[in-house]
Design a protein around this ligand. Structure first.
Ligand SMILES: [Zn+2]
Ligand SMILES: [Zn+2]
Ligand SMILES: [Zn+2]
Length: 291
């Protein structure tokens, strides 16, 4: 059998609502309606293992397009049909496309599901488990899933656990170690839960090559008329200030999970220039990392 190089492909980089967002005429959404290049699908990753097994992380409502983008990135002529699905938590944007696996669409019956018990129980409640067989994991420990040269290790993170618990996923291969952290509430809480005082030390402890990092909001003034404490995420301003003193050290940081209001959606904004000057990048769909 042909040996492949394990590869991670970014399939979506927006917060759960995607960009453009339904019912929104803000400048970022308007620009994305005008120019599809500026649109962003809700966050999702595809990981191909060394023997061609296909593992999808998060199932957004843009699933049909994302499975085709993934295939193109891997040089396949047909859209991917994933062998397994991994879910960080059960907020809508991360599971919205999951019905597509069922009999109304793909008609899958044996897709491996890797998630916490709490996420699986939400899918069961919503009658969405039929296409899946859940990997049995020690219910007291976060899931670990290993497949042909790639290992997925779930790490609990605090994130308004109103629907299910939430995990980051450490994806490691022979060449790369990537932390996928699309949603968390607050740096102090997250770092406290893992026992570090700054993100760089935590990233260093995992020997990471890349971080795909929650960059939902630029700052606390982004949702006029809405209580931002109800949708907590560390702001990019906060993340930058915590990373700044360690500039040029550590893993490549790729910002993802952008809300439609985030000025980083405009590549000409002052904020985009500040990110670039700090050595960070904003993720783009179809980017790949050799694992
Ligand atoms: Zn999210
Ligand atoms: Zn908008
Ligand atoms: Zn969430």
């Amino acid at each position: 059998m042909e040996t492949l190089t394990a590869t991670l492909t970014i399939l979506g980089t927006a917060q759960d609502g995607g960009i453009p967002q339904a019912g929104c005429g803000c400048p970022n959404c308007s620009a994305a309606f005008e120019d599809p290049e500026k649109s962003r699908f809700p966050v999702s990753l595809g990981v191909r293992d060394n023997s061609g097994g296909m593992h999808l992380i998060e199932v957004s409502r843009a699933l049909p397009e994302q499975l085709k983008i993934w295939a193109n990135a891997c040089g396949l002529d047909k859209p991917v049909r994933p062998d397994s699905v991994l879910l960080t938590h059960a907020h809508l944007g991360h599971i919205e496309g999951i019905g597509q696996f069922g009999k109304e669409a793909m008609g899958c019956t044996d897709v491996t599901l890797v998630s916490s018990d709490s996420v699986a129980s939400i899918l069961t409640t919503r009658n969405l488990m039929q296409p899946f067989s859940k990997v049995q994991t020690d219910s007291l420990k976060p899931p670990i899933f290993e497949k042909d040269g790639v290992r997925f290790e779930f790490i609990p993170v605090p994130h308004r656990d109103d629907v299910s618990d939430t995990h980051a996923i450490l994806i490691s291969g022979e060449k790369s170690r990537v932390l996928f952290l699309p949603d968390h509430d607050d740096w102090d809480e997250t770092l406290g839960s893992v026992g570090y005082s700054n993100p760089r030390d935590w990233f260093g402890s995992m020997n990471l090559t890349h971080v795909l990092l929650d960059a939902t909001f630029w700052n606390g003034e982004e949702l006029p008329g809405r209580d931002m404490t109800k949708v907590p995420h560390p702001t990019v301003e906060d993340t930058l200030s915590r990373l700044k003193e360690f500039e040029n050290e550590g893993p490549e940081i790729i910002l993802i999970h952008l809300n439609h209001t985030n000025p980083l959606n405009n590549s000409n904004s002052a904020q985009s220039q500040a990110i670039e000057a700090a050595g960070l990048t904003v993720g783009k769909r179809a980017w790949s990392i050799e694992m």
